[in-house]
Design a protein around this ligand. Sequence first.
Ligand code: UT7
Length: 326
Amino acid sequence: MKRARITGTGSYVPEKILTNADLEKIVDTSDEWISTRTGIRERRIAAVSENTSDLAANAAARALEMAGVSADEIDLIIVGTITGDYPWPATACLVQEKLGAKKAFAYDISAACSGFVYALDAATRQIEAGAVQKAVVIGAEIFSRILDWDDRNTCVLFGDGAGAVVVEASNGEAGVLASCLHSDGNYSELLYQPGFGTRFPATDENLSQKLQYIKMQGNEVFKVAVRMLSEVAQEALEAADLSIDDLHLLIPHQANRRILDATAKRLGLPEERVYINVDRFGNTSAATIPIALDEVVRGDKVSSGDILVFDAFGGGFTWGATVVRW
Ligand code: UT7
């Protein structure tokens, strides 16, 4: 069986930085509250002229350059996003056009903050089955456009950005060793965007109730996130016949520093084996893991043979983990 190997990584974040001090001028909050409750210090905000497909295509172009793969070699493009350019067509189709990846088929995956791990799983299965040779997997979001900037419970937490990987069929030892995914729709209304799907269409009444913006019951989400992130990381390591001692670096979804610390504690991992950048980008949903991975790779923090685990949790609820031998 072929293995799905990551041969290139790339990321792109918008230039504009929004600091906690900037937020103090917008809502009733403080740098002290945001830093101590979340670990976030600043986040990036897309320019008016930028759309999710632009962020995604920029990240993908960087990943393709690292991999030495040209756009016309790509068979498959998957974008994990819940803030696509349009409800449909898929943002992946717009990325395909921007990259000039003429022979690729392209689709989006809607799994909120788990979108990248879900998308990587889908590409891996296609490669392992022999149906696809080269895929581009992207997590990209512009959350700043679905935030209620009057709601301090949510607007301080999120940011915009994109990360991408090139995944290729390989005969070697390196690549995805295991991938475990889960969902539980019982929790769907603890973290969601009520409008404007078919349930709450874009009527004046629904607009006046601000249903187009994200709604979240933060502390309920927090508790489940910590449990699921630690359980699924263990489950995926076991599926790969590995243990936590084999893990070089955990690359978790970056939602809140306290969630990351609690997850690390449950897994018995010391701080230096958990990658954290939530302080600089906030929660970029499906983009957090591929942005973090790109920083790890370009910062020479991973060597050939190292075991990495990507660990995600998000709205749905959805959660999942991927074990990769680098
Ligand atoms: O990607 C997955 C998606 N989301 C998450 O993973 C988020 C998970 N949850 C969290 O990260 C945390 O629950 C939050 C950071 C959202 C909130 O932290 P918390 O420690 O759970 O605070 P809380 O919701 O219990 O709120 C405590 C207080 C409340 O005031 P009262 O009612 O006690 O007077 C809030 O109104 O903090 C208040 N508060 C704020 N104060 C200043 C909430 N947001 C803010 C704010 N600035 N931005």
